[in-house]
Design a protein around this ligand. Structure first.
Ligand SMILES: Cc1ncc(COP(=O)(O)O)c(C=O)c1O
Length: 388
């Protein structure tokens, strides 16, 4: 892994110059798309550092160095999707191992554990990780890792990163964090003791809803070696073109997120003031139960909001009445999206489990884009009015 000469710079500078910047061969300021599957060898085993693009590709390598730099980790790995990155990390475990996970993780994470890894004897216990004592109570001899999202998807619960790292390490467990909702611009879990950070780079890192990608960052050479082996052995790698697109997207992450967050604050405040809204989940609010912990470990409350309308509203009428927001899966793109977690992103979680944690049929999740903030507020309020 190349260490960037910008490793000690501010994140705003690292977003542009971090990892491997430009192309030494030609002086191009952008890393070229090395669209090749294989590389010529002089004699067997003697080559310029690349043999086969599943194992390594220069464009992917530049992206991997960049995300490692941004998260302040030892090494980064790029995969064909967020779930491919998650699958690679879960492949660290073996039959009889168990993970403790946040009780409202992304539905696909729950599904791969519940329906795929369970077939190989890898188990999990879902607990409210915002309460550290619940994690501690769930630790048994077979538990090998604590896997959290903070904020959680979609209820935006906040978990204390340093407290989980301390607890996990006291018991010899790995601390894994899905940092998709915040990105390293807002929060860097490895700086708070986490061992592995995961991303659906499809979201804010890519930022333009035009690619599917996943990233993993590890904090040690030992984990780097294991994940590199799994990445090559199982093969779910990101291709050179999407690696290029992701590097391109990451350059504007800071300016995009500043606008996403400013717009989110406006929308969250407007929803809170509306008499038609029963509950708003937004970690930027002073009265959010995780506000102080979030303020300690993150730059701000991000740009994801969830809310519930008061009784008597027709949720489908609300979705149909929106003009700027699109009803769609995913989040973190420049365009504003709304989704219905119970039937969309979290449909893979059984209804009784969803209801128990608060992912109700009336819950609406908003990914606030970078359009004009006042127009977004106007749009959401008129759609609420029309759904009455
Ligand atoms: C928090 C989180 N993690 C992981 C994923 C999975 O990523 P992908 O869709 O890129 O496979 C998602 C997707 O929505 C997500 O929201």
């Amino acid at each position: 892994m190349a260490i960037s000469k910008f490793s000690n710079n501010a994140i705003e500078t690292k977003l542009i110059h971090g990892g491997i910047y430009g192309d030494e061969l030609t002086g191009a300021v952008n890393v070229p798309i090395y669209q090749t599957s294989t590389y010529e060898q002089e004699i067997p085993g003697v080559h310029k550092g690349f043999e086969y693009s599943r194992t390594g590709n220069p464009t992917r390598k530049a992206l991997e160095a960049l995300i490692a730099d941004l998260e302040n980790g030892k090494a980064g790995f790029a995969f064909a999707s967020g779930l491919a990155a998650i699958t690679a990390v879960l492949s660290l475990f073996k039959q009889g191992d168990k993970l403790i996970i946040s009780d409202n993780v992304y539905g696909g994470t729950y599904r791969v554990l519940n329906k795929v890894f369970s077939n190989f004897g890898i188990g999990f216990t879902a607990v409210d990780t915002t309460d550290i004592s619940k994690i501690e109570e769930a630790i048994t001899d077979d538990v090998k890792a604590v896997y959290i999202e903070t904020p959680t998807n979609p209820l935006l619960g906040i978990t204390d990163l340093q407290a989980v790292s301390d607890l996990a390490h006291k018991h010899g467990l790995l601390h894994i964090v899905d940092n998709t909702f915040y990105t390293p611009y807002i929060q860097r879990p490895i700086e708070q003791g986490a061992d592995i950070v995961l991303h659906s780079a499809t979201k804010y890192l890519g930022g333009h809803s035009d690619l599917i990608a996943g990233l993993a960052v590890v904090n040690s050479d030992e984990l780097a070696e294991k994940i590199a082996f799994i990445q090559n052995a199982s093969g779910g790698v990101l291709d050179p073109f999407d690696s290029f697109l992701l590097i391109r997207g990451i350059k504007t992450l800071g300016v995009r997120l500043d606008r996403h967050v400013a717009n989110a604050k406006k929308i969250a405040d407007a929803l809170k003031e509306s008499k038609d809204v029963k509950k708003v989940y937004y970690p930027g609010f002073k009265d959010h139960p995780g506000h102080d912990i979030n303020a300690k470990q993150a730059k701000n409350g991000g740009a994801m909001i969830s809310f519930e309308l008061t009784e008597g509203h027709d949720i489908n009428k609300f979705f149909r009445s929106l003009e700027i927001f699109s009803l769609a899966e995913s989040l973190g793109g420049v365009e504003s999206l709304v989704c219905h977690p119970a039937s969309m992103t979290h449909a893979a979680i059984p209804k009784e489990v969803r209801d128990a944690v608060g992912i109700t049929d009336g819950l609406i999740r908003v990914s606030v884009g970078i359009e004009d903030g006042d127009e977004l507020v106007k749009d959401i309020l008129q759609a609420i009015e029309s759904s009455n």
